[in-house]
Every structure is written in structure tokens, then in C-alpha cells.
Design a protein around this ligand. Structure first.
Ligand code: B3K
Ligand code: ZN
Length: 868
């Protein structure tokens, strides 16, 4: 076989942080007139341009995938020799230092299946400009450090597009005699073009208002298609809660008289924070008791909060360049995590966030796409909207919060917002404010921004004569382009408990050296060590602790996260040992059984934590911890454990189920949600016994439930079991919900994650189901994406699962490269699997690599996967 020419992958240009240069020209004002008619959009853009500093360079405006219809400079049509139109830019030759350009472009939004720029979703026009979509609307310096004041006039047939929205405040609207109408929007806050948005179409809305702390009244509107108008109330509540929260916690008020949110069905990610006009994936807006689960309700609250918080962390203070993405994303994720923690159960929010970090970010950091939260280079910026930038970025901000304390952190953010309001800045500016406001030195801490990889901390403890010596040794594995690392500054929250359960000591240690000792004297007995409480740093921690010590912590630790973590660690030990020795020994199993029995005898007060503690670590997390792993073995061992536990603890689970199944009225209170979670965890164990009585119990719950959380939990448990009427149930669910796109996403996902051996054939069949479409990212994620998390189907030993996925990626490469690239990332960790998986995955990656016309999104991921 001939070697692959991997240099070919270097074709898409690499952009480097070190090459950053300030913009050659500034654009203080943008005046857009956009006419939308049928399939066409005509854009007249009038921009004022100022040469930035003294230089002779020409004006280079980014632009692609549109037709240039007209070009004037100071009102004069430019001659052919005064400009040059290239594939990805428009170059204008002029000596002037200040001038006005009028650029007319035309585009076809209905043909835009990439969902970047101006496109149509369910017949309505909408935009997505971050990161580089504005250049598909008009020629412009499409970079975040060019800030402009926008005035936007939208014109369309009134019957076709009764609603016309853009950023900022509505300043006028009018009807024309030819059946068209217009709306003029003005946004007084200078913004980069990635925050521009328009929405036009036939939409309905719900309206409310908010009065800011300083007494400004803000109109709040949520727009959707008419049939979904009854599902916006939860999003509206979340928006008002977010507005209060940001005033109380960061002193940040909203700054326009209107805040619009629009829900669209076709969207590449969760939502977009365009100034005053957020565009949302309908998944993060629409919810009611009958169609949405508690997880959906929580997701809406969190994403509504996230986009709202961007108004300050992202919009008022934005990024200088895309290498600074974590400046707005890491910080805003931290803000939304804290908001959700304040609205619900803090410990459970932390548990979920850590689960996400471990399952996805740790994996990313151990593979070919590993990058620091401030990357040095990229080929396609859309590939860098990663769990590292977002979730690890948030962990880095959280560590600053831990090291500086709540007050010190707030002083830092106050300084940051006041110093840089209206500017495009860097992560260094943020850290600089934290330093200045706290009069401290964060030079070592800055390594979190530049070094990639997940640090490991090994902890040893020695106890003798009333003295405990804790030795911590940190290291960080090599990652692409970073063979060696310097020690990090790592905040480690710790506590010491006596064997009776009294807390003797509690503090935050700052680990700064490669090897460091911490000494505690005057102890009367060997204490039990609780470390990395609240998961105070994004690291892998190993501590020499006995099973007994962990079992004790499960009972006594007063930190909800650490209590859960002790249970997880104990279960992991047993499962990993079973993986190594091919089966669970009776001795190891009994440790787990005893721990769970005693948990059930004296459970934590918070039922949400209790439910999490009863659940074993996910297969994907276990898989990520083992080298040369057989992914099918992992699910088999895990399921064997669950089945055994379900039989041994059957009566206990039955009691938990019954005692948490008492509420008649549906409520979204934290208590009611926690009860549903606990009840449904118990139900899944009961159904795992595969007894007919529990199939009947779940079927009863499925049919009688007054909410989707309970209905879906019963449905999921049944279709993952050997329930004989499975197919009837699947059809029943479809008949009931086929007109609800978001519920259909759940239906596809649950079938794609079924443990049945025939799952790939089912997924293939569902790929041509009338309710499925490759053009809709939610559908792709729910069927194709969910399938990749199903080891029995995806990791089939004949390679058919891998072949199916690459086939879909090849189709998607033409339709929507961003979505195709995300799916390609599934193969990133191919080297960590055992044979035959590794070779089969590699062969499929090579098949993809050899395709003609790969979009640079896909090409970057596949070539890095094969190279590193
Ligand atoms: N800022 C957007 C993400 C844009 C992604 C572009 N590929 C959503 C968010 O993080 O709030
Ligand atoms: Zn964001």
C-alpha cells in the first residue's frame, strides 16, 4: 500500500496567533439595506472607512459565495483597474485615508445548507455570522477587532415576511404601496460583524418586560413559528432570571430597550448571542411539560443565561482575534454554570459539568486535536469551538475564582468590564485585571492558557505520630507540538476528617511545584483525606486511599461533589479491575454492594445527588481511562454490574421508586425534579432485572405519565431491555409525537443507542425515515451522533459502524462541513482502542482523507487525526 501524502493536508492555510496585526482599516459605521424577496437577498452596504495608522496598503475586504453587483467609492463607480475581485476577497486600491464605500451584493439564502451567513430555516430568513459568516453577506473586514455602529434597513413583502428584525432598537417602520414593508434598526453599541443578525419571516411572539436596577424598561420578546408559541414561557422566565442574576452577581445591566430571541429549527450549535437579537436552536427555547424533559428545561435555562451573559462578556467587551475565543466563551460558561448552580442544586450542577469535562474534554486533550485554551494556530476556526475552549476555559476561570476568592474575583471582573468596555481585547488583558485588582502575581497561572493536556496529580500520604505528610507530584503528558510542560499552579481544595466524621481541617492548597509536601501536625489519629473538593482543578487526581476510606467518605464527606466522587472512584476501581481480569470478582463486587447498600440506608438529603450517587460511571468515561481499550467489553462489564446490583438491591430500588412516585401535580421545582431523577434511576435498575412485573411497571409509567421526563425514562428503560413489546412501543411513541420535531430527536437518539446487536441496521433504516434529514443538524446529532456513542453498534468488530459513519460524513461534507467535521472528531482517539478497532478506524479515516473536495473543516480534523 502506498503511503498517504499527508503534506496535502497542509493545503488549507494555517493562521497563527504570532502573525496578529492590527487592522489596516477601521469601519466606524455600517449602513445596510437588505431586500429579501423569494429566494434572493440583495444587500447594499455603505461603510465609512478610515486608514488605521500610516501605511500604503490596499483595502482588503473578506467575501465569498455571493455575487458582486456594484461598487462605489465616495459615490463614484469604480473602474476595473481600481479594484480586484478574488475568490475570497475584494481588494480596493486607493490612497485616501477616509472614504465611503457602497457595495452591492446578491446571494441565495435558500441554497445555503451550511447554515453560516444568511440562510432559510422553515421558510424564514435568519443569519449566523460567528465566526466568519458575515463575509457571505457582504464584503467586509470580517475580524472581531473591527467595531462598527450598525444601521440596518430590511425590506420584504409584508405577506411573506411580516416580521423584520435586526440588532439594537427599532427606529422606524413603514408600509410601501407595492406590498413590501420596511423596518429600520439601529444599534448604538459598536460591535464586530460576527454579532450582526437579521431575522425575517412569518413568526409569532410572546412579550414581557424587565426593569433594570437603574430603572430602564426593556421589552422582551421570544419569536417562534405559530405552532410553538405555547412553549416559550420557560425561556422567558430564564431570561428574566438571568437579567436579575447578572445585576446581582456582576453588577451588569442590560443596555438596549429591547431584547429579542428567535427560535429556529436549523442551527449548527445551541444559540448565538447577536447583540439584542439572539438566534437560538429551537431545542434551547421550546419546552412544555408534555414534550420536554427536566434536562431540556435545565438546558434552556443554561443556554438562555449563557447568551444573555455574553451581552457583557463577549459583546460589550469582545475578542481581539479568534485565538482569544476562550476570553468570552470560558468566562461566559463559568457565568452560566454559576447561574444554574444558584437556580438549582449546586452540587449536582458541578457533578454534571465534571462529567462533561471528563467525558469530552479530557478525551480531546489526550488526542490529536489537543490545544491550549488559547491556541497558537488553526486552519478552520469553526473547529476550535471546542470543549477545551468552552469547558476547560470555564475551569480556568473557576480556578481564578478559587484562588482569589469571590470578592477578589469580582474586583477583577469589575475592573475588566470598566477598563475594556467597547474594546476588543485578549485573555492576557483579563488575567492582567485579575492581577491588578488583587495585587497578586499570576505569571505561573498563565501556563493554563498556553499549555495543553490534562495534568495528573499523584498524591501520597504518610501518617506517623500525629503528623500527616501529603506529597503531591504533578506532571502533564506530551501533546501535539508540546513535548514538555512546566508545572501548573493548581488550587486543590481539601479537608481532613476524623474516623468519627468530624471535619478537622479545610483549606485550599496552592500546588505550584512539580513535587510538593503539605504537613499537618497535632492529629490524634490517621485522618481521612478529602481532596479536589468541588473539583477545584481540571486534572486527573490519584490518591492512595483504601476502599474503607472511600466507603467512609461516601458517608461523611460534607461536600456533595466529593461524596459523589468517592462513590464513583470506588465503582471505577471495581469495574477497571474487572476489565483487567475479565470478570468481576465476588470480593470486589461485594465492596460495591456494601457501599450502595449503606448509601441507601443513609442517603444524602439532596435527592438529586442521591440519584447521581446510585449511578455507575458512564461507559464513555470508563473507556477514556483505559489504554488499549476494548469498548464493547466496557459496556458488557458495566451492564453485568448493573444487572447484578439490580437483582441484589431489587427490594430497595422498589421502595425508592414507590416513595418518590407520590406527586400528582407536575412541578419544575428543584425538589420535584430531584424526585423524578431518583425515581427514574430506581426504575432503570428495576427494568434491568428483566422481570415482567417491572416491564409492566415501566409500561404503566410510560402510558400514564403527565410529563415527558417520566414518559421518556420509562420508554428508554424498556427499549434498552428485553421487553417483548418493544417494537409496538417504538411505533406507539412515533404515532403520538411524530409532529413534534424535538421529540422525534429523542426517538431517533434512543433507538440509535439501543444495545441490540441489529442497531446498525436499524440506524441505516432510520437514516431514510421521512422524519429524518441530513440537512437538519439536530437530526444528524440525534441519529448519527448518538449512534457513535453506542459501542455495540459503532464499534462492531467487522468495522461496519465506522464505515457507516464515514459514509454519512462524506455526504455531509457537501451539505454542512461544520457538522461533518464534528462527526469526524469521533475518530480522534482511534489510537487508544484495541485491535481490530484501531486498524479499522484508521482505514476509514484514510478513506475519508482520500475523498476529493474535502471542506477545510473536515480536512483539518482528518489530517490531524492521521498525523498526530
Ligand atoms: N458564540 C456562539 C458560538 C458560535 C459558533 C460558531 N461556529 C454561541 C455561544 O457560545 O454562545
Ligand atoms: Zn458562548
Amino acid at each position: 500500500m502506498t503511503e498517504l501524502d499527508l503534506t496535502r493536508s497542509l493545503e488549507p492555510a494555517t493562521v497563527y496567533l504570532k502573525d496578529y496585526r492590527k487592522p489596516d482599516f477601521l469601519v466606524p459605521t455600517v449602513d445596510l439595506t437588505i431586500t429579501l424577496s423569494g429566494e434572493l437577498a440583495t444587500v447594499v452596504s455603505v461603510i465609512s472607512v478610515i486608514r488605521n495608522d500610516i501605511h500604503q496598503r490596499s483595502v482588503v475586504l473578506d467575501g465569498e459565495k455571493m455575487d458582486l453587483l456594484g461598487l462605489k467609492l465616495n459615490g463614484r463607480i469604480l473602474a476595473d483597474n481600481e479594484f480586484e475581485l478574488e475568490a475570497q476577497c475584494l481588494v480596493i486600491f486607493t490612497d485616501l485615508n477616509e472614504f465611503e464605500l457602497e457595495i452591492t451584493t446578491q446571494l441565495k439564502p435558500s441554497l445555503n445548507t451550511e447554515l453560516s451567513g444568511l440562510y432559510k430555516s422553515s421558510g424564514n430568513f435568519c443569519t449566523q455570522c460567528e465566526a466568519e459568516g458575515f463575509r457571505r453577506i457582504t464584503y467586509f473586514p470580517d475580524r472581531p477587532d473591527v467595531l462598527s455602529v450598525y444601521t440596518v434597513t430590511l425590506i420584504a413583502e409584508k405577506s411573506e415576511c411580516p416580521i423584520l428584525l435586526s440588532n439594537g432598537n427599532l427606529i422606524s417602520s413603514d408600509d410601501n404601496s407595492d406590498g413590501t414593508h420596511l423596518a429600520c434598526w439601529h444599534d448604538p453599541h459598536p460591535k464586530p460583524c460576527y454579532l450582526f443578525a437579521l431575522v425575517a419571516g412569518n413568526l409569532k411572539y410572546i412579550s414581557d418586560h424587565f426593569v433594570t436596577a437603574s430603572g430602564q424598561k426593556v421589552e422582551l420578546n421570544i419569536y417562534t413559528q405559530e405552532h410553538n408559541i405555547g412553549k416559550c414561557d420557560h425561556a422567558m422566565k430564564a431570561l428574566k432570571d438571568s437579567m436579575v442574576w447578572d445585576e446581582q452577581n456582576y453588577g451588569r445591566e442590560y443596555d438596549l430597550s429591547i431584547y429579542n430571541i428567535v427560535a429556529v429549527d436549523d442551527f449548527n450549535m445551541g444559540a448565538m448571542e447577536n447583540k439584542g437579537l439572539n438566534v437560538f436552536n429551537s431545542k434551547y427555547v421550546l419546552a412544555d411539560q408534555q414534550t420536554a424533559t427536566d434536562t431540556d428545561f435545565e438546558g434552556i435555562e443554561s443556554v438562555i443565561g449563557h447568551e444573555y451573559f455574553h451581552n457583557w462578556s463577549g459583546n460589550r467587551v469582545t475578542c481581539r482575534d479568534w485565538f482569544q475565543l476562550s476570553l468570552k466563551e470560558g468566562f461566559t460558561v463559568f457565568r452560566d454554570q454559576e447561574f444554574s448552580a444558584d437556580m438549582g442544586s449546586r452540587a449536582v450542577k458541578r457533578i454534571r459539568d465534571v462529567q462533561t469535562l471528563r467525558a469530552y474534554q479530557f478525551k480531546e486533550d489526550a488526542g490529536p486535536m489537543s490545544h491550549p485554551i488559547r491556541p497558537e494556530s488553526y486552519q478552520e476556526i469553526n473547529n476550535f469551538y471546542t470543549v477545551t475552549i468552552y469547558e476547560k476555559g470555564a475551569e480556568v476561570i473557576r480556578m481564578l475564582h478559587s484562588l482569589l476568592g469571590a470578592k477578589g474575583f469580582r474586583n477583577g471582573t469589575d475592573l475588566y468590564f470598566s477598563k475594556f468596555d467597547g474594546q476588543a481585547v485578549t485573555t492576557e488583558d483579563f488575567v492582567g485585571c485579575m492581577e491588578a485588582a488583587n495585587n497578586t502575581d499570576l505569571s505561573q497561572f498563565r501556563r493554563w492558557y498556553t499549555q495543553s493536556g490534562t495534568p495528573t496529580v499523584n498524591v501520597e500520604q504518610e501518617y506517623q505520630d500525629g503528623r500527616l505528610i501529603i506529597t503531591m507530584i504533578q506532571s502533564c503528558p506530551p501533546t501535539p507540538n508540546q513535548p514538555t510542560k512546566e508545572p501548573f499552579q493548581i488550587p486543590i481544595k481539601m479537608a481532613l476528617f476524623s474516623s468519627q466524621g468530624t471535619k478537622i481541617e479545610e483549606e485550599t492548597l496552592s500546588l505550584t511545584q512539580a513535587r510538593q509536601k503539605f504537613v499537618y501536625d497535632g492529629l490524634s489519629d490517621k485522618p481521612i483525606l478529602s481532596l479536589l473538593r468541588d473539583f477545584s482543578a481540571p486534572i486527573k487526581l490519584t490518591v492512595s486511599r483504601t476502599d474503607e476510606e472511600l466507603s467512609r467518605l461516601i458517608k461523611i464527606d460534607d461536600n456533595g461533589f466529593s461524596r459523589w466522587e468517592a462513590m464513583q472512584e470506588l465503582s471505577l476501581r471495581i469495574i477497571i479491575e474487572a476489565l483487567e481480569s475479565e470478570s468481576i470478582s465476588d470480593e470486589a463486587y461485594s465492596v460495591l454492594l456494601v457501599a450502595l447498600t449503606s448509601l441507601i440506608e443513609s442517603p444524602p438529603e439532596d435527592k438529586a445527588i442521591y440519584s447521581e450517587m446510585l449511578s455507575l460511571p458512564s461507559a464513555s468515561y470508563i473507556t477514556s481511562l483505559v489504554e488499549n481499550v476494548d469498548p464493547i467489553k466496557v459496556v458488557e462489564v458495566r451492564e453485568a454490574c448493573i444487572t447484578r446490583l439490580s437483582r441484589d438491591l431489587e427490594s430497595q430500588f422498589h421502595v425508592i421508586y414507590a416513595s418518590n412516585n407520590q406527586r400528582a401535580e407536575f412541578s419544575l421545582s428543584a425538589d420535584a425534579m430531584a424526585e423524578r431523577a431518583l425515581k427514574n434511576t430506581a426504575l432503570s435498575y428495576l427494568v434491568a432485572t428483566d422481570q415482567a412485573a417491572y416491564h409492566a411497571l415501566a409500561s404503566h409509567q410510560y402510558h400514564m405519565a403527565n410529563n415527558m421526563t417520566d414518559r421518556l425514562a420509562a420508554f428508554a428503560a424498556l427499549i434498552q431491555s428485553n421487553y417483548p413489546d418493544r417494537n409496538v412501543l417504538v411505533e406507539h411513541f412515533y404515532d403520538q409525537w411524530s409532529d413534534q420535531a424535538l421529540v422525534m430527536d429523542k426517538w431517533f437518539a434512543l433507538q440509535a443507542t439501543s444495545p441490540r446487536l441489529s442497531v446498525l441496521e436499524e440506524v441505516r433504516r432510520l437514516s431514510s425515515h421521512p422524519s429524518f434529514s441530513l440537512n437538519n443538524p439536530n437530526k444528524v446529532r440525534s441519529l448519527v451522533g448518538a449512534f457513535t456513542s453506542n459501542p455495540r453498534g459503532f464499534h462492531r468488530k467487522d468495522g461496519a459502524g465506522y464505515e457507516y459513519l464515514i459514509g454519512k460524513i462524506i455526504e455531509l461534507n457537501k451539505i454542512n462541513p461544520q457538522v461533518a467535521a464534528r462527526l469526524t472528531g469521533t475518530f480522534n482517539n482511534w489510537k487508544s482502542f484495541s485491535e481490530p478497532h484501531r486498524s479499522l478506524m484508521k482505514a476509514q479515516l484514510e478513506r475519508l482523507f482520500n475523498q476529493k473536495d474535502l471542506a477545510k473543516d473536515v480536512s483539518e480534523i482528518v489530517s490531524k487525526a492521521l498525523q498526530n
